[in-house]
Design a protein around this ligand. Structure first.
Ligand code: HEC
Ligand code: HEC
Length: 397
C-alpha cells in the first residue's frame, strides 16, 4: 500500500518505467534495533498473563465471574431499578457511553472510562481513587449520581432475588445476618469481588498495529507493506520518536498506568479538577483498599498503596489512558473535553499552560501533515475485544 508513483512513458510500442520510487520486491522497513525493541514492547504479544488480584480471593473463580456478569448488567443494585453498570459502560462502545460525562440518576463528574484491560492497572478511575476493581465497583452503587443506592439496599437486592442469592451462596457461602453492619459490608465487598472477577475478562484483541509489529519482528517485508500505509508508518515513527508519546503511553496497553498533568482545561465555570492530588488522599483512607479489613491481601501485597506518590507533582494529574480503544470511545479526556483525535493532537502540539499544577508535555511543533499521520497511526490500534461474545451481552435469563 506504499504510495508509489509510476511515470509510464510510451514510446512507440515500448513502455518504459522511469523514476519508479519503489524497489520490488519490497524491503523491510528500516527500523533501528532500538526502535524494534520499542515496537516489541508496545505489541500485544508482550502483555503478560493477568496475575491474580491478591486483594480478591475470588478474582479467578469462574462462578464469581458468572455472578459478576449478572450484576454488571442488572438494574437490581439501583433502588430505582433503572441503572446498571452497563447503562454507562456499554459493550458496543467499548464499555463507555459516548457522552462527555456519565449519566445515571444524575450526572457523573467525569467522562466514563473504558473497562477493557483496566484489570492490569494498580489504580482505578481517572484519579486512581480506588486501588482494585472490586473496591471500585462498590462506589457507583452508593454514588447519588450513578446507581444512587446504598450498600444495605444492594445487599438486600441480592439476598431477596432467588437467582442472585443462589449464585452468591454458591461462591461465598450462606448469606449472613443482615442486621449486622459488618456482615453487610462483607457481602457488599463480595458483590464487588464478583463484579471484578467478570471485568477481568474484558481484554483488548490484536490490532492491525500488532500484526504489523509481528511482520517487523519476522522481517516479512511483503506483510509490512500490506499492513501499513506510508502515512501510518510515518505516524508510528512520530509516536515513538519526535512526538515522544511513549514517554507516557507505553507498554502493550499504551499506558504506563501513572498520573500526569497534560494541561487539560476544565469547562468554563467548573472548579479546576485536582485529579490525583484528591484521588490519592481518598484511596489511602478507603475502608475497602488493599490494606483494609475486607481485603484478602497480605500487607506486603500492597506496595502500590504504600508507595503512592502524594507530592505537588500530582496536582491536576490524571491516569494515562490506554490508546487501544480510540475508535468508538469519543469524547476523550477526563471530562470528555475533546470530541476528535484531531483536537487531542492539536492540544499536544500546542501544550498550553495548565490551569492547575504544571503541564508536563512540551509543544511539539508538528506540521498539519504530521498530525494527520499520527492520527492515521492511532487508528491502527483499534480492534475488537479478545473476550468471547457471551460476556459482552447480558447473561441469558
Ligand atoms: C452513571 C454512569 C456510570 C455507572 C452507572 C457506572 N459507571 Fe463506572 N464509570 C463512570 C465514570 C464517569 C467513570 C470515571 C469516573 C472517574 O474517573 O472519576 C467510571 C469508571 C469506572 C471504572 C474505572 C476504569 C479505569 O480504568 O479506571 C470501572 C472499572 C468502572 N467504572 C466500573 C463500573 C461498575 C462495575 C459499575 C457498576 C457497579 C459502574 N462502573 C457503574 C460511569 C459510570
Ligand atoms: C506526560 C505524559 C503524556 C504524554 C507525553 C502524552 N500523553 Fe496522551 N494522555 C496522557 C494523560 C495523562 C491523558 C489523560 C489526560 C486527562 O484527561 O487529563 C492522555 C490522554 C490521551 C488521549 C485521550 C484518550 C482517551 O481515551 O481519552 C489520547 C488520544 C492521547 N493521550 C494521545 C497521545 C499522543 C498521540 C501523544 C503524543 C503526541 C500523547 N498522548 C502524549 C499522558 C500523556
Amino acid at each position: 500500500m506504499k504510495n508509489t508513483t509510476y511515470w509510464l512513458v510510451v514510446v512507440g510500442s515500448v513502455a518504459l518505467a522511469v523514476g519508479a520510487s519503489r524497489i520490488w520486491p519490497p524491503v523491510s522497513d528500516d527500523w533501528t534495533d532500538t526502535e524494534i525493541e520499542m515496537l516489541r514492547s508496545l505489541w500485544i504479544g508482550s502483555l503478560p498473563e493477568l496475575p491474580a488480584d491478591p486483594s480478591n480471593a475470588y478474582s479467578e473463580d469462574p462462578r464469581a465471574a458468572e455472578l459478576g456478569h449478572e450484576l454488571f448488567f442488572s438494574t437490581a443494585l439501583s433502588p430505582s431499578r433503572a441503572i446498571a453498570c452497563a447503562t454507562c459502560h456499554r459493550p458496543e462502545l467499548r464499555f463507555t457511553d459516548g457522552m462527555q460525562k456519565g449519566r445515571g440518576i444524575g450526572q457523573s463528574k467525569r467522562n466514563t472510562k473504558s473497562i477493557v484491560g483496566a484489570a492490569y492497572s494498580p489504580w482505578q478511575y481517572w484519579d486512581g481513587r480506588r486501588d482494585s476493581q472490586w473496591s471500585q465497583a462498590l462506589s457507583p452503587i452508593e454514588d447519588p449520581a450513578e446507581h444512587g443506592g446504598s450498600r444495605g439496599q444492594a445487599v438486600a437486592a441480592v439476598a431477596s432475588d432467588t437467582r442472585l442469592r443462589g449464585q452468591y451462596e454458591a461462591v461465598f457461602g450462606d448469606m449472613p445476618d443482615r442486621s449486622d453492619a459488618r456482615e453487610v459490608d462483607t457481602v457488599f465487598a463480595n458483590i464487588g469481588k464478583a463484579i471484578a472477577a467478570y471485568e477481568r475478562l474484558l481484554m483488548p484483541g490484536p490490532s492491525r498495529f500488532d500484526h504489523y509489529v509481528e511482520a517487523v519482528l519476522a522481517g516479512d517485508a511483503v506483510k509490512q507493506d500490506e499492513l501499513y500505509t506510508d502515512d501510518e508508518r510515518a505516524g508510528l515513527r512520530l509516536f515513538i520518536n519526535e512526538a515522544a508519546c511513549t514517554q507516557c503511553h507505553n507498554g502493550p496497553l499504551l499506558t504506563n498506568h501513572e498520573f500526569h498533568n497534560t494541561g487539560l482545561l476544565s469547562f468554563p465555570g467548573e472548579i479546576p479538577d485536582k485529579g490525583r492530588a484528591a484521588g490519592v488522599r481518598e484511596v489511602l483512607v478507603d475502608p475497602f483498599n488493599c490494606v483494609g479489613e475486607f481485603s484478602d491481601a497480605e500487607p506486603e501485597d500492597c506496595a502500590e498503596l504504600e508507595f503512592a506518590r502524594t507530592g505537588p507533582e500530582v496536582l491536576g494529574a490524571f491516569r494515562t489512558p490506554s490508546l487501544r480503544n480510540l475508535q468508538n470511545t469519543q469524547p476523550y479526556m477526563h471530562k470528555g473535553q475533546m470530541f476528535s483525535l484531531a483536537e487531542v493532537l492539536e492540544h499536544y502540539n500546542e501544550a498550553p499552560l495548565a490551569m492547575i499544577g504544571h503541564n508536563e508535555s512540551k509543544p511539539l511543533g508538528l506540521s498539519a501533515a504530521e498530525l494527520l499521520q499520527l492520527e492515521a497511526f492511532l487508528m491502527t490500534l483499534a480492534a475488537p475485544l479478545s473476550t468471547p461474545q457471551r460476556w459482552l451481552r447480558p447473561p441469558d435469563q
